[in-house]
Design a protein around this ligand. Structure first.
Ligand code: GAR
Length: 232
């Protein structure tokens, strides 16, 4: 515990002094799970967070396995990453479904079929329905590119620029019915520089996303396994 506090202090003070970033809460202690925590990843875009989760597993930072990548967009680059790292994936295209409910049902069926314990929305650009939220209560998390509760919804990075804030960042939070409003798990602050474009800012925010998402997964996985033991 003492070690944690020391590490936390060093990390935050160091980062603060350099004006780069601040992560809170910060705990890089490795969590071991037996069996490994079983993840399902939902993605719609480039899949840089997805790829980073894979790398965190490969370098033993994260004691997890990814059972499935689910994408809703057949053209998204996340699929290429699944192929590159030999991760099973499925395309559940919302355009092929008659309703949001039907799409949610297919996603839920796949997650349950594979006994996924923790669902990570890593750039999933769709609202998930109540059935998934209820089935995965405290086991469904999302990463969002702002310091919530500021700048919810789409275009969070542009919203921060337009509002001329000087610090923005990223948040991992539990998913609940109202968009981007569940309990916060970890946040990272990222200063906005005067010369920043949306793209330069996005890159720095994503660098921080790649740090906090694996940390948040480990934190939530620990809670899942603890509450499972308590309920036994
Ligand atoms: C990430 O920046 C994530 O925060 C954002 O999409 C990006 C996906 O990037 N998510 C949202 O805006 C959700 N509201 P990636 O596909 O490279 O991981």
């Amino acid at each position: 515990m003492q070690q944690d506090n020391k590490e936390y202090r060093e990390k935050t003070i160091f980062n603060g002094l350099n004006g780069h970033s601040l992560i809170s809460p910060f705990n890089s202690e490795k969590q071991l799970f037996d069996p490994k925590i079983n993840l399902g990843i939902l993605a719609s875009g480039n899949g840089s967070n997805f790829e980073n989760i894979i790398k965190s597993i490969q370098n033993n930072q994260l004691n997890a396995k990814i059972s499935i990548l689910i994408v809703n967009n057949p053209n998204c680059l996340a699929i290429k990453k699944a192929l590159k790292y030999d991760i099973p994936y499925v395309i559940i295209n919302h355009r092929d479904c008659n309703s949001r409910l039907e799409h949610d049902k297919l996603v839920l069926e796949k997650l349950e079929e594979l006994s996924v314990e923790l669902v990570v929305m890593a750039g999933w650009m769709r609202i998930v329905g109540e059935e998934i939220i209820n089935k995965f209560k405290d086991r469904l998390i999302n990463i969002h590119p702002s310091l919530l509760p500021s700048f919810k919804g789409v275009n969070a990075i542009q919203q921060a620029i337009d509002n001329r804030v000087t610090i923005t960042g990223c948040t991992v939070h539990y998913v609940q019915k109202d968009v981007d409003s569940g309990s916060i798990i970890i946040q990272a602050a990222v200063p906005i520089k005067e010369q920043d474009s949306k793209e330069t800012l996005r890159k720095r925010i994503q660098n921080m996303e790649h740090i906090i998402l694996p940390l948040a997964i480990a934190k939530v996985a620990k809670n899942i396994r603890t509450s499972f033991k308590d309920n036994k």
